[in-house]
Write a protein that binds this ligand. Sequence first.
Ligand SMILES: *Cc1c(COP(=O)(O)O)cnc(C)c1O
Length: 458
Amino acid sequence: MSYQNFSLKQLQEIDAAHHLHPFTDHKDLRGAGSRMITRAEGPYIYDSEGNEILDGMAGLWCVNIGYGRHELADAAYKQMKELPYYNSFFRCTTPTPVLLSKKLAEIAPPHINQVFYGSSGSEANDTALRLVRHYWALEGKPQKNIVISRHNAYHGSTVAGTSLGGMSAMHSQLGGAVPNIVHVMMPYSFELAQPGESEHDFGIRAAKAIEDAILEHGPENVAAFIGEPIMGAGGVKIPPASYWPEVQRICRKYDVLLMLDEVITGYGRTGEWFAAQAMGVEPDTITTAKALTSGYQPLSALLVGDRISSTLVEKGGEFYHGYTYSGHPVACAVALANLEIIEKEGLIERVRNETGPYFNQALKERIAGHGIVGEVRSFGLMGAIEIVKDKETRERFPDEGSAAVVVRDHAIANGMMLRATGDTMIMSPPLIWTRQTIDLAVERILKALDRAERDLRK
Ligand SMILES: *Cc1c(COP(=O)(O)O)cnc(C)c1O
């Protein structure tokens, strides 16, 4: 059955009647109707009306190699014909997760050599939480099970993901979080630094909040700290350079495991394979998903450090955990093809040496000066634009979050897909962007900012 037999309006009606969307107000959706994306090529997506939109979000932080890559389709087709599925339970496996695990061990930091698969970032964080608690139980310290996270963190939308995350709106609908997870301040200097406090000092203070929580609960009860190297959904919050080394030092001091959630930052976005390498830290687990397949298949990989994996092997005993689709052969085949493209085309080096710095410069020199922009920041190909009413005082527009939606709607109308979170515009373009793509994006964003300013100051 082809969707082309339906008009946009028909599809929207069927959608409203039968399809519950993620993170959506369904009353609003009924009114406005959904935006129908029907195809994509390279850095562009196209809607059902034929509008071309530059995808500043790489789908949802995932399409790092851009759209329309036949190599991935071919890898999936070949694997589906040969073996579409078999499980990796009960001492079975299939070749593609085996080879992918080897590849991931090669590109991960040297002390990380094992991989546990799932189909989403949320599942991988669920695995990570259970694994660190299992680790401490195997080590004879089952009471060491508190995990420290941060306000406004995003770690997925399952019960464990929401509990680990620090989004208050999500917690308010949870009806009881997974116990023994506590949240501390985030490293967000734009709003939380004190007047006159340097970036360096702010980073140390934000890390100290973790130490304070460890001491409050007792190091003997704290299993791990979990954090996104750069907070993504929470607004592309880039910590000061002093933050992560200090977090690492604190975790080591109290023998607390360090869990990085690299579901966004993994696979090249920061100009390294993993942000752990960019930030110079050695985590015990790295949660990855999204760009592992560039979104062409659902797949997550929890990368597990030697400290945890050697205990699993030495102490033995079954870890009662896994998913039907752990190590799915088709998804793993697609991941292998994706990583090969990232490597062959030098996309990570390009982000590190060329497009990352150019993107940063473009934001600073061409967008930061705009009348409703309070701050711009970027790291690799992740960027943020803070929308404010008053540049000097950083006063926001009234009705939190509504100004950024005005900017976003103008951006999309101008052929530029951006996301609004709170009063921050966020960006996470595909790694195939060139200087020319960045120039085009800046042009479209400036136009959107001008139009939004006109509306907002009316
Ligand atoms: C998207 C995301 C997740 C959740 O991944 P899903 O595949 O949506 O379950 C977890 N952590 C971070 C940092 C993310 O950005």
